[in-house]
Design a protein around this ligand. Structure first.
Ligand code: SF4
Length: 450
């Protein structure tokens, strides 16, 4: 049987251990591959490194890569190596979808790969395979239409819950079963490229399909679940009802524990109504919810989704009183962040009693609004994408030096250490090495600031 390999290389210098589930993007590509091929999926986060010598053999006809900005240089090097063996290489995922209108970067990708898939990929992947079989593979495939989540039925060929000869998952089996409730995001944060892949807005799967998938997973022994989502609980009233319908359906299913992510606005909306969705979710096994707080600084309204810090502190405490842990993502380095942002954020996190935090440095990912702004202003001094891990400073902040930004985040970690999970997981030395890299100091970039 001819083979297709799908690879997502590890991202070096990651600060926080990523939540481990199977790679849903690659699974959905594997699901849309014709049955005559065997597909092997390597998501290196799951602990198995793709090994060229042992995994490439004469049956392999195609290698597909999923790349984020921070691992794009690694993907490019690996692709060049594989191409030398006359195997076709293609790329998709957030990086190429984000740079589609940036000729220099896009042309660099075109010069290496046999084909580039822009957008979600599920609908254009089968067409690309057909063209490959006819030896007519095109340089670029763009998915203009959003995938119909109801017709995708991602569980049909899924080896996690079905006997599938066609799809092989490499790496350790994760603790939780990952699944989608919806795709996309209705917000448009300046620093995020989510809409480049999924298109505008948020779309939901049919709740009956989700319930069916959960039941199939339970039958196979999975009892921890992770809903990969940006907005599990919605803030728009008519959309909230769909979430309610789903929660009503899953509350009696014996799920041991599940986790997800949502927006702060959705939590605020739920509080205004007496927490109907969160109470239902708790009954169905919700353990924790990740929220993008991003920033608590004054100029934050620009992000269009945040609420006053005092109100937020009360909100977080009330949710945790329901027995649901609140975990937060924070980001530093916005133009409105002055050097006191580190102290005020630390105070906020401790007062709100946030269960777990991930602290990041604002990173201008190519293709985002923030990249365009900072690039035009000549403030991006580091364009080595291996450093675009959100833990290194690659631009000149407005109100502080790059080293102050980095050191401020380290100080936050130091103050939160032993009190908040996430911060607690890291020794400061380890963090500093991750941020600075061994032997290089960010202070050299301060010259550009002065
Ligand atoms: S809410 Fe999250 S996923 Fe949505 S645009 Fe903002 S950062 Fe991206």
């Amino acid at each position: 049987m001819k083979k297709i390999l799908l690879i997502s290389p590890n991202i070096p210098n990651q600060m926080y251990p990523q939540y481990k589930i199977h790679n849903l993007g690659l699974l959905s590509i594997a699901n849309s591959t014709p049955n005559k091929y065997q597909v092997e999926i390597f998501d290196e986060r799951l602990g198995e490194k793709f090994d060229f010598e042992s995994h490439i053999d004469k049956e392999v006809i195609l290698v597909g890569f999923q790349a984020l900005t921070a691992n794009a240089p690694i993907v490019f090097e690996l692709a060049k190596k594989i191409k030398r063996h006359k195997i076709k290489v293609v790329i998709g995922g957030p990086y190429v979808s984000s740079i589609k209108d940036m000729p220099k970067l896009f042309n660099e990708a075109i010069s290496i790969f046999d084909s580039i898939l822009v957008g979600e990929g599920d609908l254009i992947w089968p067409k690309m395979i057909m063209d490959l079989e006819k030896n007519e593979i095109k340089k670029v495939y763009r998915q203009k239409k959003q995938s119909n989540l109801e017709s995708l039925g991602s569980y049909k060929k899924d080896p996690r819950i079905n006997q599938s000869q066609n799809i092989i998952l490499h790496g350790k089996k994760p603790n939780a079963y990952g699944l989608e409730k919806g795709r996309g995001c209705s917000f448009k944060c300046d620093f995020c490229g989510a809409n480049h892949v999924f298109g505008e807005g948020y779309r939901e799967r049919n709740s009956n399909d989700i319930v069916k998938e959960i039941n199939s997973a339970l039958d196979k022994g999975w009892d921890h679940f992770y809903f990969v989502d940006n907005e599990f609980f919605r803030h728009i009233p008519k959309e909230r009802n769909k979430t309610k319908i789903l929660l009503e359906k899953i509350k009696n299913i014996p799920i041991k524990r599940w986790k997800t992510s949502t927006s702060l606005l959705a939590l605020k909306k739920d509080k205004e109504e007496g927490f109907p969705l969160l109470k239902l979710a708790k009954k169905s096994g919700l353990y924790s919810v990740f929220v993008g707080f991003e920033t608590i600084s004054e100029g934050r309204k620009g992000l269009g989704k945040l609420i006053k810090p005092k109100t937020t502190i009360r909100l977080v405490r009330e949710i945790q009183n329901l027995g649901i842990k609140v975990c937060g993502y924070f980001m530093f380095g916005f133009d409105w962040d002055s050097p006191d942002v580190f102290q005020s954020t630390t105070k906020f996190i401790l007062e709100a009693d946030i269960y777990k935090v991930n602290l990041y440095i604002l990173t201008p990912l190519p293709g985002t609004k923030i990249w365009n702004t900072l690039n035009k202003q000549g403030r991006i001094f580091d364009k080595n994408f291996l450093n675009y891990t959100c833990t290194r400073c690659v631009f000149i902040p407005k109100q502080m030096k790059p080293s102050e930004l980095v050191n401020g985040v380290i100080k936050c970690h130091s103050k939160l250490s032993k009190k908040v999970r996430g911060a607690d997981q890291l020794s400061i030395r380890y963090y500093a090495e991750r941020v600075f890299g061994k032997g290089s100091l960010p202070a050299k970039h301060d010259i550009a600031y002065n």
